[in-house]
Write a protein that binds this ligand. Structure first.
Ligand code: NAD
Length: 511
């Protein structure tokens, strides 16, 4: 196993790192902060954060780079993104390890996150030749109507701690082929992976003689740097991933200046298990959904709604699987569940479990803090399963921890869907059934109200090929595949008159 230091060295990181770049130089005039690994509670390195002055420097660089970058033909921009994907392939091992060291997810998931970055680069390369606008027939004689998609400007990407780099890459790969420049503010617990990724991208950009300022970065406190970003009219698009509470604030601030947002907020995802379901398959998927990333995915499975006729059998299979989960150092490939991101996250889980008990939840597997030599640093927990009534108040909230609620339904699929849709969030959902009619009911207009609805696979682990995002309190944003690229461009409707005469629409006479 590489030491933390070896991983840092492989990614051109040091004990002290500048946490701001204008695309060319690295600096940081704000506070110097330690970065702590949840694996052992020890310092990995230090980062000099940015301040208001640094922000001004990088926004100017980003605006100026945009003026040139937007003129580069889109397929050429795609070629540069292809090279970035290639560079990520070379650094996959070290980057995956750094994600694990900094954030605590299992190494399999760390490598998976880097693979997701590579995948989106591959997709963006193809997309760079498919920035299609439609055309239609004009109602006027000898007129032609069509639409074009133009680059938008500086795209600010504010990301959450749980996907330290993939969310930035989803935005960056598409925004770059669309002709935008990127200004990134990563989450405070995970600045090192951000610095490493921007360095890799900057090298590719330099090799292609592009203007400086295409990929900028500023680390710092959300309340300070985040506010500078969201209020700045030079940034037409804010792509924000994080909690619903902050997402509502950001939506308001950016809406005030009529800026664009892509909001990817909290989830409260459920799985329905019907009498015809393959219960082993359902339990395996629920297990990965609930304890993957130690319950800290926006798409984590938080609720399972099970028909009473199969409830006990499903519960027994699931509890059996929970008993086999290996918890410990996530750099060890045999470990399924690493630590939570920090001790504050552990506190949140413990407080939620107290509330669940007060509200009448019955623990089947009681979660707890884990301590002892195998669990240094104070961030390791045992995941919990709790049986609850559908109206348990705390279940309306997203508790970002490995706590799984089991709920019984008695009669028809409509009852299960009603329970399923009864929370404010609407990100990801799944049904396990071998009954075609139930599956179609789940997917129809009256079915799941989420942005993602799966049949016979779990709520987490989306592919990049289609749009990712959710409804209701999840914010409505879409990223990744399908036509999500349109969010990074401005649409222009064009009409060309080649008749030589003035012909007004709607038959209006103005002679
Ligand atoms: P968070 O809301 O605490 O922070 C997210 C980001 O916002 C961080 O970079 C933070 O520094 C920044 N921030 C803080 N104050 C700000 C302000 N005033 N203005 C602008 N930015 C500010 O979230 P977190 O704890 O890092 O991540 C967990 C949350 O993210 C969960 O709710 C999870 O569901 C959500 N999430 C959603 C998706 C999705 O795609 N829907 C993906 C990943 C995570």
């Amino acid at each position: 196993m590489d030491s933390f230091k070896e991983v840092l060295t492989r990614l051109d990181l040091k004990e002290n790192n500048d946490g701001v770049t204008d695309g060319e130089n690295w600096f940081g005039s704000g506070t110097q902060v330690p970065v702590i690994s949840p694996i052992n509670g020890k310092e990995i390195a230090q980062v000099k954060q940015g301040n208001q002055k640094d922000f001004e420097r990088i926004i100017q660089s980003s605006v100026s780079a945009f003026r040139q970058w937007r003129l580069v033909p889109a397929p050429r921009r795609g070629e540069i993104v292809r090279q970035f994907g290639h560079a990520l392939r070379k650094h996959k091992d070290a980057l995956g390890k750094l994600i694990t060291i900094e954030m605590g997810k299992s190494i399999q998931e760390g490598w998976g996150e880097v693979q997701e970055m590579i995948d989106i680069c591959d997709m963006a390369v193809g997309q760079s030749r498919m920035l299609y606008g439609v055309q239609t027939h004009s109602e006027r004689l000898a007129h032609r109507m069509f639409e074009q998609w133009h680059p938008l400007g500086v795209c600010a990407v504010i990301t959450a701690f749980n996907f330290p780099v993939a969310v930035w890459a989803w935005n960056t790969a598409l925004a770059l082929v669309c002709g935008d420049t990127i200004l990134w503010k990563p989450a405070s617990p995970v600045p090192l992976t951000a610095i490493a990724c921007v360095k890799i991208l900057q090298q590719v950009l330099r090799d292609n003689n592009t203007p400086a300022g295409i990929a900028t970065l500023i680390t710092g406190r959300g309340s300070e740097i985040g506010d500078l970003i969201t209020t700045d009219r030079r940034i037409p698009l804010i792509s924000y991933t994080g909690s619903t509470r902050l997402g509502k604030h950001i939506g308001k601030v950016v809406g005030e200046r009529l800026g664009k947002t892509i909001l990817e907020l909290g989830g409260n995802n459920a799985v329905i298990v019907t009498p015809s379901a393959n219960l082993k398959l359902a339990a395996q998927n629920v297990l990965f959904g609930a304890i993957g990333t130690t319950g800290q995915r926006c798409t984590s499975t938080r609720r399972v709604i099970v028909h009473e006729s199969v409830f006990e059998e499903f519960k027994d299979i699931l509890v059996g699987y929970y008993g086999k989960v290996t918890i410990g150092n996530p750099l060890d490939e045999n470990i399924l569940m690493g630590p939570m991101v920090n001790t504050k996250a552990v506190e949140t889980m413990m407080t939620a479990m107290d509330t669940i008990k007060q509200q009448g939840g019955r623990f089947i597997v009681e979660g707890s803090r884990l301590s002892g030599p195998s669990y240094p640093g104070g961030c390791y927990v045992k995941p919990a399963i709790v049986e609850v009534e559908p109206d348990l108040p705390i279940m309306q909230e997203e508790t970002f921890a490995p706590i799984l609620y089991l709920i019984k339904y008695k009669h028809y699929i409509k009852e299960a869907i009603k329970i399923h849709n009864s929370v404010p969030q609407g990100l990801s959902s799944a049904i396990f059934t071998e009954n075609l009619l139930e599956s179609e009911q789940f997917l129809c207009t009256e079915g799941s109200d989420c942005g993602i609805a799966n049949v016979n696979l779990g709520t987490s682990g989306a592919e990049i090929g289609l749009a990712f995002g959710g409804e209701k309190d999840t914010g409505g944003g879409r990223e990744s595949g399908s036509d999500a690229w349109k969010g990074y461009m401005r649409r222009q409707t064009n009409t060309v008159n080649w008749s030589g005469a003035t012909i007004l629409a709607q038959g209006i006479k103005f002679d």
